[in-house]
Write a protein that binds this ligand. Structure first.
Ligand SMILES: [Zn+2]
Length: 280
């Protein structure tokens, strides 16, 4: 997926004859023509459908060399067409990463649009700002951009061991994952890592080292993945977010998330590094 800085604003005349790809969303779900239907609708198909106020088209970028748009349709419009809706999570790990990112982008952009049709400061109706990804209020001059929430994810390591935790929400699945948390306003990444690890498992860490990142559109997180060295303390779980946390040897891990998650990628990277170090 390549995202360019050109932004198109929905204008029926601008797309006369255009037959590009459109991802259709409705209230956070992906709309397809049938359960196995294509994820992309053709614009030609849609231009007769996008007639209600609130049915809007948003430029997403280029995918396989073609322009892709997201169209948010209203429930009223959805009722008029033969369609199937699915949540974004239904596609997780089942379609190529780039396509998943594109779907995530579509849902986040249309959700931003839905949430900012009126100004939160003065209540006036907003309009899309030409050439910008922004909704603007002409009454008071405020602009509203899509909001991302940065999260840190830290794999705490101690030699050939790493710290993995079972979260309350994963209790039924039994997965062990990497510690993670939102960055607070006014906080930098390094202090967010130290605070999260201290709060969740009572340990001190040092030398946070950046490994990789991942957009996580549930609803708008950007996951920033780090390794961090254990630097003291005994494990004391908070009992709220974390049920259990343990050290695991790299060659004897519990059930961990798939590699379509950043948590899974961090764990795999750690295992590969330990295995390589042992070979040397
Ligand atoms: Zn306003």
């Amino acid at each position: 997926v390549t995202f360019r800085d050109e932004l198109a604003i929905y204008d029926p005349h601008a797309y006369e004859g255009y037959d590009g790809n459109v991802i259709v969303t409705c209230g956070g779900t992906i709309v397809r023509s049938s359960p196995e239907g294509d994820l992309f609708w053709s614009y030609r198909q849609l231009k007769f459908i996008l007639t209600s106020p609130g049915d809007e088209l948003h430029f997403l970028g280029h995918f396989r060399g073609e322009q892709v748009f997201a169209a948010e349709i209203t429930q009223d419009t959805l009722a008029l067409i033969e369609s199937e809706t699915s949540g974004l999570r239904d596609f997780l790990g089942k379609i190529p990463d780039t396509l998943f990112q594109l779907l995530g982008r579509a849902v986040q952009i249309t959700d931003w649009y839905l949430g900012h049709r009126f100004c939160g400061y003065c209540g006036s109706a907003t309009q899309q700002v030409p050439k910008e990804r922004a909704m603007g209020c002409s009454a008071c001059g405020k602009s509203f951009y899509p909001r991302l929430s940065p999260c840190v994810m830290a794999l705490v390591t101690r030699g050939h061991q790493c710290l993995l935790a079972r979260h309350g929400q994963h209790r039924t699945h039994g997965f062990y994952t990497v510690l993670a948390g939102f960055i607070e306003p006014g906080e930098n990444v390094e202090s967010a890592i130290r605070r999260e690890v201290r709060e969740e498992v009572g340990l001190e860490v040092a030398n946070p080292t950046y490994i990789a990142s991942q957009p996580w559109p549930f609803p708008g997180q950007l996951m920033l993945g780090f390794f961090a060295d254990y630097d003291g303390g005994e494990i004391v779980v908070d009992g709220l977010e974390i049920d259990e946390a343990c050290w695991f040897n790299y060659d004897n891990l519990p059930q961990v998330p798939g590699e379509f998650t950043l948590s899974g990628q961090l764990i795999r990277t750690f295992v590969e590094r330990c295995a390589a170090a042992r070979r040397d």
